[in-house]
Design a protein around this ligand. Structure first.
Ligand SMILES: Nc1ncnc2c1ncn2[C@@H]1O[C@H](COP(=O)(O)OP(=O)(O)OP(=O)(O)O)[C@@H](O)[C@H]1O
Length: 307
């Protein structure tokens, strides 16, 4: 039987007359990392706030490990961890003191060993005696994750966790989160606007628009199918470039730009070389990956058909 630690069932939410979330339903498989994508204002944060019971839906339910957030709230929340807004850390306390403080606040007893475990998980051992006000943003983010993991949740929800992180911070975070999923079987839902990051981090992505799920995309497919890029090339003379690109696959001409579908990243230099060696002038090369393509198709082009 399929194992879904988080099930969102027919959620609706209105603010005043505005119907913001409409029959939102999706479910997450255990140990998988899900991206939660959608344009600004599409309802990601509102949905997440309902999942973690910060606000009440008008109708529908959320089941966490089968427990209803409506009728069995305490049991449901015992299995979920989240960072929705900036984690509420105390700057004048050390990392260790912060963790001890949040451990005391927890409904369930949390052992000293568990504190050490979560510190090791986010690799903050060396920073435990340091005051949090002296932490980098990435370290604060990791401490926030450690706090949210104290009570051993099986589902972890992160709302735009890479906001403000530098590239190294983003990469480190990705490694911790992937380890959590693969080694500890934690199921993650991560909202973000960084499509490349979501593609690297996640197994699947749920795409929403105007408060409704429009699709669920598997990232594994895009990783296993090697040739996923649409390469766009501006080159002159266009006709000659078109001839040179033909052996690489289907070429679409869009004004001065040639679009070569289903290419792999590693092939880009070979493609450019084929043009340059024929004295064709290359003015620009861009590429779009599959998630980006899918995202824009789902959230923009459909717009005309709707409303
Ligand atoms: N408390 C509230 N009162 C009234 N309207 C609200 C409230 N919270 C959210 N909204 C509205 O609900 C809609 C969805 O907002 P939400 O923050 O969930 O979107 P989002 O997908 O998380 O956006 P972003 O990507 O910009 O963070 C927006 O139109 C927002 O103005």
């Amino acid at each position: 039987m399929a194992d879904f630690p988080l099930q969102v069932k027919g959620l609706n939410k209105s603010f005043g007359k505005a119907h913001i979330i409409k029959e939102m339903s999706f479910q997450l498989q255990r140990g998988q990392i899900y991206g939660f994508l959608g344009p600004n204002g599409s309802g990601k944060t509102t949905t997440i706030r309902m999942i973690v019971s910060l606000i009440k839906p008008n109708s529908g339910d959320v089941l966490i490990e089968g427990k209803s957030i409506q009728t069995d709230r305490k049991a449901a929340l015992a299995k979920i961890g989240a960072i929705v807004e900036d984690p509420d850390l105390y700057g004048y306390l050390t990392g260790q003191q912060n963790l001890e403080h949040f451990a005391r606040l927890s409904n369930e007893p949390i052992s000293k060993e568990r504190i050490q475990e979560v510190v090791a998980l986010v690799e903050l051992q060396d920073a435990m005696k340091k005051k949090v006000k002296n932490y980098s943003l990435g370290m604060k983010q990791r401490l926030g994750i450690a706090v949210s993991l104290l009570h051993k949740p099986s589902v972890l929800i992160l709302d735009e966790p890479t906001n403000g992180l530098d590239p190294k911070g983003i990469r480190d975070l990705r490694f911790y989160l992937q380890r959590l999923a693969k080694e500890d079987g934690v199921t993650l839902l991560v909202s973000s606007h960084q499509l490349n990051e979501i593609e690297m981090l996640c197994d699947r992505a749920i795409v929403i628009k105007k408060g409704e799920v429009v699709d669920e995309i598997s990232m594994n497919e895009s990783q296993t199918i090697e040739k996923t890029l649409t390469v766009k090339i501006e080159a002159k003379p266009v006709k000659k470039a078109l001839e040179q690109l033909a052996p690489f696959g289907f070429v679409k001409q869009n004004g001065e730009t040639l679009e070569l579908e289903k290419q792999s990243y590693e092939d880009i230099p070979t493609i450019i070389n084929a043009l340059v060696k024929e004295n064709i002038k290359v003015f620009g090369v861009t590429y779009q990956n599959r998630l980006e393509d899918a995202y824009f198709t789902l959230t923009e082009e459909q717009e005309e058909g709707v409303s």
